[in-house]
Design a protein around this ligand. Structure first.
Ligand code: TYD
Length: 208
């Protein structure tokens, strides 16, 4: 049995991740590839409870980091790894890079703690491919506002969102083998085409 592929989407608020997650999953399924869609924080009953808890309260950064790590440990062990092991592809809205940027870069959580938690929760289940949707924060916030989706994380001030953007861009630059930076300011269909081209060229075995 060929192991499934693990694809994650990252980016700031209103960057269009959810739309692209759905479009990619539909295209993979149309190609005959068994695919599940999932998200973080969340993905399991425990993870969804943690998501509600964290998004509705305002924990300290380290508390938040530990709670998200707990959700991730469950998610990887009970959903992501078993799916990949049986040949199913996994498309996930946010993963390790969100922790690195939100809790690490912006929250100031120590890098060694983040690294240790990443190793402990993810282990070798690193994404095969990560799409980073890059968008001017003003445009992203406008989009998020328009759909009434401003969470506690979204309503922070503008400088915060610029640093967020830079954080994701830096990761994409540092790990070009895994990450692809995409201009999220374009029409969804154009972005989806770029995503499909990358999937075809980087993960060709089952797709072509
Ligand atoms: P959500 O409403 O799903 O945001 P979005 O639609 O932008 O994905 O809320 C998830 C929030 O959780 C988001 O603002 C980023 C944050 N988050 C972290 O801070 N650390 C993490 O490890 C993850 C996965 C998410």
């Amino acid at each position: 049995m060929t192991r499934g592929k693990f694809i994650t989407f990252e980016g700031g608020e209103g960057s269009g991740k959810s739309t692209q997650v759905a479009l990619l999953a539909a295209r993979l399924r149309k190609t005959g590839i068994a695919t599940i869609v999932t998200r973080e924080p969340g993905g399991t009953p425990l993870g969804e409870s943690i998501r509600t808890l964290v998004l509705e309260t305002a924990p300290e950064t380290v508390t938040e980091l530990l709670l998200f790590a707990a959700a991730r440990a469950e998610h990887v062990a009970k959903v992501i790894r078993p799916a990949l092991d049986t040949g199913t592809w996994v498309v996930c809205d946010r993963f390790i890079d969100s922790t690195r940027v939100y809790q690490g870069l912006l929250g100031g959580a120590p890098a060694d703690l983040i690294g240790a938690l990443e190793t402990g929760t993810v282990g070798s289940t690193i994404p095969d491919l990560t799409f980073v949707l890059d968008l001017d924060p003003a445009q992203g916030l406008k989009r998020a506002e328009a759909r009434g989706a401003l969470s506690r994380f979204d309503s922070a001030h503008e400088d915060y969102h610029h640093r967020l953007r830079e954080g994701f861009r830096d990761i994409a630059k540092t790990e070009p083998g895994r990450c692809l930076l995409l201009d999220g300011g374009r029409a969804p269909e154009l972005i989806a085409d770029d995503i499909w081209t990358a999937v075809e060229s980087r993960l060709p075995d089952e797709v072509r």
